[in-house]
Write a protein that binds this ligand. Structure first.
Ligand code: N01
Length: 867
């Protein structure tokens, strides 16, 4: 700490908030030798756990995971009493840590930060306190939590109420006496659901004003037994690693099954088991498609509704308690006797959907139906989440731009930790980080550790400032929204979406890609010399490690595609060329999640044709004969199967109203060239010959495929031309392999890092071909064919970030030159394989729809010509 001429106090860092974030930040900064001051508005430390002391307040993350993990000593010296700790026990833990680490001396309590302004000249932050004093700091770090700005809704007459009035998030220190009182509570989120059963036990009468019924499952709270405590302490290193790599910051098994894979009876059993086990995410973790598809989500939602119906005796009350939104897409809620409370005589439920509140009067709450007289009114109405606490600080960055103005048209952050225009400012668990979607202490520690590494880097490079680059924050913010859009999260009104605050912009405010992947992304940014940040020293750009070129190129990568690549990295999918073909095939099944939910097709028939070629036939609804697409999956002739293209095949069958025959041709190296093309050609001949038996019009057969399957489709088109049929009306080539060569510009640009790599492609070819000679055979490398005339019209789709991009486009050009009608589309920001990832990548779905509409047009034209 130093003082300048004007006697302003200077620190290296000012931290706002003395909750879990501020305390750990203080500890790390002080340990590293920085001068630091923490300002806390409350009369004591604890943050959320200081303020949220309403009856029933407790943690919904198991207490054994809800503590700092950085210190063995802290872990060993503290023991939780129950599975879910109560507020006062958590607050005691926070005091224990603060005392143990001797933190209090650097914390100033009862001190509200009223504004923070970045001074560009001095490159310092000026922080103003409630008593008008100013503090100067190089780094401004917020540890204000995501849920600290209470939301008191703007209800007419709210100030006229003459009884006692409380908000759960600002609960008084003294015990509130509910005995024999007429109590009303507005709000049935986590806070309301925890408070209601406890208040009901004491109150004369409790009236619950409910706007949205909620899903909630029993916490099954219990004292922790000594064996659990011993095991947890003994294995904490391993547990910690699992927490760090997990989705939500608590150890959990990966979801590998989808709801459609189990019968309704089996699903019921699985849900029952999760219900009995308890835990915030237990039901959500049962099946992988619950957060993604409405149909899957409905199965678990219905299960919880059936439970509510069973618990609540009065059918009319039970009906009012039935939630209708998607399960788990608002924050899940644990309860202790919540639904049972409605069986008490002294509790009544008012459904605000049918009888909304008109006003609050001197004596109670008046709805459109009647007035409820009350002595005490409790607001359990939540928070202006994530952005609210930051905006309350009145932060002003460069050029006089306030954070409020900057975010008026949408929140923009880079990694949820910084925002462009606000140099040297860090937000611990800021918006667009996993924060509220995780065990927040894990996320806090990760942010604090990352900030400390960053400060060390800045010191090492004598840097004065670090600031997020606008284009990177644009990309990050888009990615956060894109991930939420892959799920039902963004299709549900919740405070994650800002939907609970009148006038707040609707956007997804957190990073939903998981704690583990997020950690990896942040670590990668640091490893690449703080990619996406500008680091300056005396107004000179600090030389980093020359990653800029790669960064700029990646900025064009679609956020959803980027996310898929990151997920695969986190899953630890090994490079294909390091595996045996059998191992590589078993990895392929991991990719099916990227396809999303299969849509219903009227008939799906698995059969074997011509003695030994398995096919899957999709026949749409209606009367045939239908036109047909014979489809070949990708996978470098070595991997891949009918399942990997099941989702796109279904969509094409429905959208193009055609039969799709998906072919499981023989794979290499067991069956080398030309086995695959023989099977591919046999399949198309079979479809033409036995057209009637599968409701196909033999005059309207198309072929298509992706990657190596695209290669087969080109070759089958040539074979049909050269060997007397059958007649093919269209070839659909999705990023096809067309040449045994590895030196095009797209091979160089995309050699590594974009799903399909150059080494993998070489590995595929080596397995496929018998010898070098095969490589120049036009049935292996159709780009080398002398004559491409008289081939069917082609749709060629390529991807910008794909080694095969240029050979696909070169083939399209050669077809055009040979007089073949060709439609070409390059999906610039896409990676190889995106068409079978429609569940994860929106543009994959768009490309499949393009295929379907091209086919539909061709099939219509051919029919008209035939007529
Ligand atoms: O707040 P909420 P919360 N008229 O926003 C209703 C964490 N937390 O404090 O859904 C009538 O969830 C609103 O109705 P609707 C946890 O992350 C954790 O309960 O908007 N009603 C809703 O019912 C949690 O998610 C723990 O239609 C109005 C309720 O008020 C987050 O904090 C414990 C209304 C608000 O629910 C917030 O939970 C507690 C109006 N004008 C909280 N305005 C743990 O266990 C709002 N509502 C760790």
């Amino acid at each position: 700490m130093t003082s300048d001429r004007q006697n302003l106090v200077h620190y290296d860092a000012v931290v706002v908030g003395a909750g879990f974030s501020g305390l750990y930040m203080l500890h790390r900064l002080r340990d590293a030798g920085y001068s630091v001051r923490v300002y806390e508005a409350a009369p004591d430390i604890g943050g959320t756990w200081y303020f949220n002391r309403y009856p029933g307040a407790r943690c919904d993350i198991e207490s054994i995971y809800y503590n700092y993990t950085f210190s063995e000593e802290l872990l060993n010296e503290w023991t939780w009493s129950s599975k879910y700790a109560e507020q006062h026990e958590i607050l005691r833990y926070i005091h224990f840590v603060a005392d143990k680490l001797n933190l209090r001396e650097d914390i100033q309590l009862n001190t509200k930060v009223t504004s923070a302004r970045y001074d560009e000249k001095s490159q310092k932050w000026e922080i103003e306190l409630e008593n008008s004093s100013k503090i100067i700091a190089k780094y401004f770090i917020t540890g204000v939590g995501a849920l600290s700005a209470s939301n008191i809704p703007n209800i007419k007459g709210i100030d006229s109420f003459q009884g006692d009035f409380y908000h759960t998030g600002e609960w008084p220190q003294k015990k509130v006496d509910f005995k024999n009182k007429r109590v009303g509570i507005i709000g049935t989120g986590s806070s309301g659901i925890q408070a209601i059963p406890v208040i009901a036990q004491e109150a004369g009468h409790l009236t619950v004003f409910q706007r949205t019924p909620q899903y909630s499952s029993p916490a099954h709270n219990k004292p922790l037994d000594s064996e659990t405590i011993r095991k947890t302490k003994e294995n904490f290193k391993k547990i910690r690693q699992e927490m760090y790599a997990s989705m939500h910051g608590i150890p959990s098994a990966a979801r590998t099954r989808s709801t459609v894979q189990d019968s309704p009876e089996e699903r019921q059993r699985v849900y029952e088991e999760a219900w009995q086990e308890g835990g915030l995410f237990s039901l959500l973790y049962t099946y992988s498609d619950i957060p993604i598809t409405p149909e899957a989500n409905k199965t678990v939602a219905e299960f919880v509704r059936s439970k509510i119906k069973k618990i609540v005796h009065d059918p009319e009350t039970a009906e009012k308690l039935m939630p209708e939104h998607y399960y788990g897409m608002k924050r899940p809620i644990l309860n202790t006797n919540y639904f049972e409370t409605y069986n008490r005589q002294n509790v009544s439920l008012v459904d605000l959907r049918s009888t909304p509140i008109k006003e609050i009067t001197k004596t109670g709450v008046r709805t459109t139906e009647q007035e409820y007289e009350l002595d005490i009114l409790v607001f359990a109405t939540g928070f202006d989440a994530l952005t609210g606490p930051l905006l309350k600080l009145n932060i002003e960055g460069k050029d006089g731009i306030t954070l409020k103005n900057k975010w008026a048209n949408g929140v923009r952050t880079y990694l949820g930790i910084s925002t462009a225009g606000f140099p040297n400012m860090f937000m611990i668990t800021g918006p667009q980080s996993p924060s509220v979607l995780s065990n927040v202490i894990v996320s806090i520690e990760q942010h604090v550790d990352w900030i400390m590494d960053c400060l060390e880097y800045l010191n090492k490079h004598n840097a004065d400032t670090i600031e997020a680059n606008p284009e990177f924050e644009q990309m990050w913010s888009q990615q956060c929204q894109a991930i939420a859009d892959m799920t039902l999260l963004s299709k549900t009104d919740s405070w994650y979406m800002g939907a609970n605050i009148e006038g707040k912009r609707r956007e997804f405010l957190a990073f939903a890609g998981g704690v583990g992947p997020y950690r990896q992304i942040c670590d990668d940014v640091a490893a690449k010399s703080y990619e996406g940040f500008t680091i300056l020293s005396d107004s000179q750009k600090v030389e980093t490690d020359g990653n800029e070129k790669i960064m700029n190129r990646d900025a064009n990568l679609d956020p959803q595609a980027k996310f898929v690549l990151e997920q695969l990295k986190v899953l630890g999918v090994p490079p294909m060329e390091t595996l045996s073909p059998q191992e590589a095939r078993s990895w392929t099944s991991n990719f099916s999640l990227l396809a999303g939910a299969p849509e219903k097709v009227e008939h799906v028939i698995n059969r074997t044709i011509d003695g030994n070629i398995p096919v899957r036939i999709y026949i749409p609804d209606g009367d045939g004969p239908f036109p047909a697409l014979v489809y070949y999956h990708g996978g470098g002739w070595v991997i891949g199967d009918l399942d990997i293209v099941d989702v796109p095949c279904r969509r094409i069958a429905n959208q193009a109203n055609c039969v799709v025959v998906s072919v499981d041709y023989r794979l290499a190296p067991e069956h080398k060239f030309p086995a695959a093309i023989e099977d591919a050609y046999t399949a198309v001949k079979w479809v033409a010959t036995y057209a009637d038996s599968i409701q196909v019009d033999s005059n309207r057969i198309a072929v298509g495929g992706d990657s190596a399957g695209g290669n087969l489709a080109t070759v089958v088109s040539m074979m049909a031309r050269d060997k007397g049929g059958p007649s093919i009306v269209q070839q659909v080539l999705l990023y096809p392999v067309t040449n045994h060569g590895f030196d095009t510009k797209s091979y160089v640009e995309n050699a590594d890092g974009y799903f399909l790599t150059r080494p993998t492609m070489i590995w595929f070819w080596n397995h496929y071909l018998r010898d070098e000679q095969d490589g120049i055979n036009p049935y292996a490398s159709p780009l080398l064919a002398d004559d491409l005339s008289h081939l069917p019209p082609a749709l060629v789709i390529t991807a910008g970030f794909d080694p095969l991009r240029d050979e696909g486009e070169a083939y399209a050009e050669r077809l055009k030159t040979a007089g073949v009608p060709v439609e070409t589309t390059r999906y610039d920001s896409m990676i190889h394989g995106f068409c079978w990832m429609p569940g994860a990548i929106e543009q994959g779905k768009r490309a499949i729809d393009q295929v379907a509409s091209t086919l539909k047009r061709t099939f219509e034209t051919v029919r008209t010509e035939t007529l």
